[in-house]
Design a protein. Structure first.
Lengths: 464, 210
């Protein structure tokens, strides 16, 4: 409604009454334009609520008290009371028209020499208050009801279990779409498990494969949920993790724990009875290691990185044991490859997060022992070359594999060396991003060079 | 049928409260003179002390809508980065629910205090470190372009290491307490949920009997 108060009031009050009112109103407008225009504009827009008005009133009164020795005090009370009873802007307008005859006369009553000061103070305090109120209103809009909508639940649970991360969470300004590997933790676990299963000797059993993937996926969901349950205040303080569901209050801790239990129990049961008990035991051990060892250890000692590397190494071992039913050299080789890969990946990532780790109280090598951090990353890049050479020796792959994987291994080792020598953000980011594509490519090459059945020394056709 | 929602006990609501008023729970009615004076004093303090951010001074004036029977969560606090929760108090709150709410409220305040202090200390000590390093280098606080001079990540690494080791013990105590509180809250949440389910079942049983 763009109609000005002038037009409306002259419509409502006719004849000389209207004329008087209009005159008084003009005078009031001229004398304190800021206050009334501000108020009327806000009434029309329904911007001022009772609280804001009370706040403005208090600001106004305090400012006046400070400078004018309580001499001139225009009474906003008559203006406020109608707002208590009426809520619609239309009704508020009507009230305003009725009021205008009342309030303006009170203003000119005891105008003294400090009238101009009064106006300045009013406008200053009202503008300041309005900015403050504006900020308060903006802040109020950001409050969200903690009501769980069933439609949102799948998305929330996906984020809780780290299937994927959406939103502005990022690694030091790197947008999420450029960080696929870091965000899709479940995808990583499931793909390394399937690589372990596929690389294991013996015929490929599809039902067993699917059950293994499902069981490992569920176990990983459970572990990730418990991790987030433990880390709420720490996650709030880190840029990378501040949009997680528990931090944002989208679900309660009870629901997170219940979800974790509902994932862990069927997951482990599936692995134990659907696949084999060894895989089930490894699943339970991995959940325990991640939630009860790695998560608390992150805040106690740098040993957490080594524990975390073991956590990452277990899924391919589980894939292998699911296919073969035993823990043999091949399983340990695959575990070793994933174990070694974790170091260049995580150490490079943590290099850019040192400030957050320091402030949040996380004990990471990048903060406490930076030289060790870089040394370990380089060491394990070189170890990958060694492990790829060990693959044909252990009959996991043919001799083609170390040859064709050499270029990518040398490249990551080169980047590891640059990180070791330069120790800056640029080299750490290069190493991190390289690790993201290095692992899937490495595993793919391993699969293509898999030792064919009967091609090895003692692995013949499987007995029926 | 939703139980009647309210922000506080009836006694604390002022006579100015009106149901029609924008459908909001009028928390200003709750504010007594001391609350108002405290928030005003804090605002004045904030204006007077530019070195300290005003975050922990500002009391959020948010009041949930009258009809809502849920907790409300706010934007992250500027100092602690934690999101404050406005806890809903139902009409027929059981002693267990009250215990849970008070525990959550107290944990929230405790967390707020710890992290606000932690982040403020970090910021302050970081500034001091930068100033001292710049002084040692013989550089001013402002670069030639007029922007604030900073140290690169490698130079800051010494500070990060020192800060982490200095606060290690503090974090150990905090971690231990946080784990205890987190488990306690979740445990009580579970108990409250079971109590609600039990009450609903009892009610259903009574209805079927009648």
């Amino acid at each position: 409604m763009a109609a000005s108060p002038h037009t409306l009031s002259s419509r409502l009050l006719t004849g000389w009454v209207g004329g008087c009112v209009w005159y008084l109103e003009r005078r009031a407008m001229q004398e304190s334009p800021h206050k009334f225009m501000h108020l009327f504009r806000n009434i029309n827009k329904q911007w001022i609520t009772f609280q804001h008005f009370n706040f403005l009133k208090r600001m106004y009164v305090t400012q006046l008290n400070r400078s004018l020795n309580q001499q001139v005090k225009p009474k906003p009370e008559p203006v406020t009371s109608p707002f208590l009873e009426k809520t619609s802007s239309g009704q508020a307008k009507a009230e305003v028209h009725e009021l205008r005859p009342i309030s303006p006369p009170s203003l000119p009553l005891s105008r003294k020499a400090n009238e101009k000061e009064l106006i300045e103070l009013e406008s200053a305090s009202v503008i300041e208050a309005s900015i403050d109120v504006g900020n308060a209103t903006k802040e109020e809009k950001q409050w969200k009801e903690m009501k769980l909508h069933v439609d949102d639940l799948p998305g929330i649970l996906a984020r809780l279990s780290k299937i994927k991360l959406t939103g502005p969470s990022s690694v030091r300004g790197v947008p999420p779409h450029k960080l696929p590997g870091a965000c899709h933790r479940i995808a990583l676990v499931v793909s390394t498990t399937s690589a372990g299963f596929a690389l294991a000797p013996g015929p490929f059993d599809w039902p067993c494969f699917l059950l293994t993937l499902l069981g490992t996926g569920l176990a990983s969901c459970a572990a990730n949920s418990i991790n987030q349950f433990f880390e709420v205040p720490f996650d709030s303080n880190m840029n990378r993790t501040k949009n997680r569901p528990l931090v944002r209050g989208q679900i309660s801790p009870l629901l997170a724990v219940s979800f974790a239990t509902c994932c862990a129990l069927p997951g482990v049961a599936l692995l134990t009875w659907g696949v084999n008990p060894l895989t089930g035991a490894l699943g339970v051990f991995n959940i325990f290691l991640y939630t009860c060892c790695y998560t608390p250890l992150k805040r106690i000692s740098i040993a957490n990185t080594w524990v975390g590397a073991v956590v990452g190494a277990i899924p391919p071992v589980m894939g292998w044991t699911a296919a073969t039913g035993c823990l043999d050299a091949g399983a340990f080789l695959l575990g070793g490859i994933l174990y070694s890969w974790q170091f260049p990946h995580f150490n490079a990532l943590s290099w850019g997060l040192r400030e957050d780790y320091s402030r949040g109280g996380y004990c990471m090598m990048s903060v406490t022992h930076p030289a060790l951090c870089r040394r370990v990353a380089l060491r394990h890049c070189l170890a990958l070359i060694g492990l790829s050479t060990a693959a044909p020796i252990l009959d996991v792959t043919t001799w083609t594999f170390p040859v064709i994987s050499l270029p990518i291994n040398l490249y990551i080792s080169y980047l590891g060396f640059r990180f070791y020598r330069d120790a800056d953000r640029k080299s750490s980011r290069k190493l991190f991003f390289c690790s993201l594509w290095h692992l899937p490519l490495f595993l793919l090459l391993m699969l293509t060079c898999k030792q064919p059945p009967g091609g090895g020394s003692d692995k013949g056709e499987p007995q029926s | 049928m939703l139980p009647e929602c309210r922000a506080g006990s009836p006694a604390s609501l002022s006579r100015l409260e009106s149901r029609d008023l924008n459908d909001r729970q009028t928390c200003t009615g709750d504010r007594k003179a001391e609350d108002y004076m405290w928030s005003r004093a804090n605002q004045l303090f904030c204006w007077a002390s530019p070195l300290l951010p005003c975050c922990w001074c500002q009391v959020s004036r948010f009041c949930p809508p009258r009809k809502s029977c849920y907790d409300w969560i706010g934007p992250p606090d500027k100092c602690s980065n934690l999101r404050p929760v406005h806890f809903y108090i139902p009409e027929n709150e059981s002693p267990l629910e009250q215990k849970l709410r008070e525990l959550r409220q107290e944990t929230q305040e405790w967390n707020q205090q710890f992290w606000a202090n932690q982040n403020l200390t970090f910021r302050k000590e970081k500034e001091e470190f930068i100033h001292s390093r710049l002084k040692a280098k013989g550089l001013g606080l402002r670069a030639e372009s007029g922007q604030k001079a900073t140290l690169n990540a490698e130079e800051m690494a010494d500070f990060y290491k020192e800060f982490l080791s200095k606060n290690f013990q503090k974090h150990m105590y905090y971690n231990r307490d946080w784990y205890k509180r987190n488990f306690a809250i979740t445990y009580f949440m579970g108990k409250v949920a079971l109590e609600k389910i039990w009450n609903k079942l009892r009610l259903k049983q009574k209805k079927t009997i009648n």
